[in-house]
Write a protein that binds this ligand. Sequence first.
Ligand code: ATP
Ligand code: MG
Length: 420
Amino acid sequence: MFEEGKRLVVKGWVYRIRKLGDDKIFIVLRNAKTILQGVVDRSRVEDRLWKIAESLYIESSIQMGGTIVADSRAPGGYELKVDELEAIHVGEPFPISKDQSEEFLLDNRHLWVRSQKLTKVFQARHHLIRYLEEYLHLNGFYRFDPPIITASGAEGGADMFEIDYFGNRAYLTQSSQMYGEAGIFALERVYTFAPSFRAERSRTRRHLAEYWHLEPEAAFVDWRENMKIQEGLIEYAVQKFLANHPDLVEYFGIRDKLERIKSPFPVLTYYEAVDMVNRLGGKMEYGEDFGADEEALISSQYDKPVFIVKYPKKIKAFYMKQDPDDPELVLNDDMIAPYGHGEIIGGSERIWNLEELKSRMREVSLPEQNYQWYLDLRRFGSVPHSGFGLGIERFIKFVLNLDHIRDAIPFPRTINRYYP
Ligand code: ATP
Ligand code: MG
């Protein structure tokens, strides 16, 4: 990247600074693209420049210029012999130093976003989202932007954040699926990409109260083709990332893991998955849903994502189409990521017949009056259709193999934190 003997002027922030004896100051500059060590040699620069170097703090913003020389001791193998230095803003001593508690770092998230790790996560996030959208675009999907404020929830009022809407009760959206379903009648294939809000009291490493949700929905697609789209989407984004961002792949140490994310992904039925959990030492009854521990047991058997299909309708949303071979089951799938990251996608074929949908709503006691517009979609030229939801931060946590979902988003909202 750097060329010996070349003159270079860079802008950025002081990442590290160290005085060596009385006559040298090493300034490691970081910016979005690079890390570069500059050395200020007192005997070779004017006094003004030396004083600037002495005045700098970690995170002071600077412009630094000089000549590149190879130096194996410098990070990246090159060093800048500084002959030009301006402080853009010296500022105050930076509050974050080494070995600070997780709480302190979260309280100072607005400053901690500058850290190397988060900078790399945000770069990876940008590219991964780009590849997901690219795959959808190449496969005929249009982006279709939904509202965030809604009159009622996708699955009833539980776990929703209520807001005052000019004196009326409204909610922050939990899922944009129903709006996506309206969109397919215009565009056939759409995806919504928006935040979803969940007021669930889950304190886990994979639940946020606000997360970004990518929800494709497609007309004339059954549940099996729906799974093909999911598999294609995940494989495409992961393989593009692997091919185009070796620096990020090395930083996170994920090459071997990502190389294995190739279709086809294995498929288990719900019953097979429950049996597998019990065989591997878990304890589960038919009819129960998989928790984090059960998902970890299942995913430990594979080194790629696995589909679990055809869940009991009792533990799934009312709009999922029943299995014609067994009406107690639905034509759905969850995609479970490997290495204990758990569920990243939930999808299904949707009920497209009006009477069938109404009868399911009665079974689960959902009031029809709140869903008239949704029922309308089954009144005027209804078509078979399917869709799914991918949690972007869950996906990033899995791809980058992060410990906690909060690091997959710049400003995480969790049960006990919404500042800064
Ligand atoms: P879980 O059982 O893990 O709580 P879910 O069954 O509630 O997930 P869905 O309602 O099907 O999830 O949502 C679709 C996708 O959205 C999930 O597969 C997951 O990727 C993501 N997701 C759901 N809840 C959260 C959350 N609280 N934080 C981050 N992502 C989430
Ligand atoms: Mg949930």
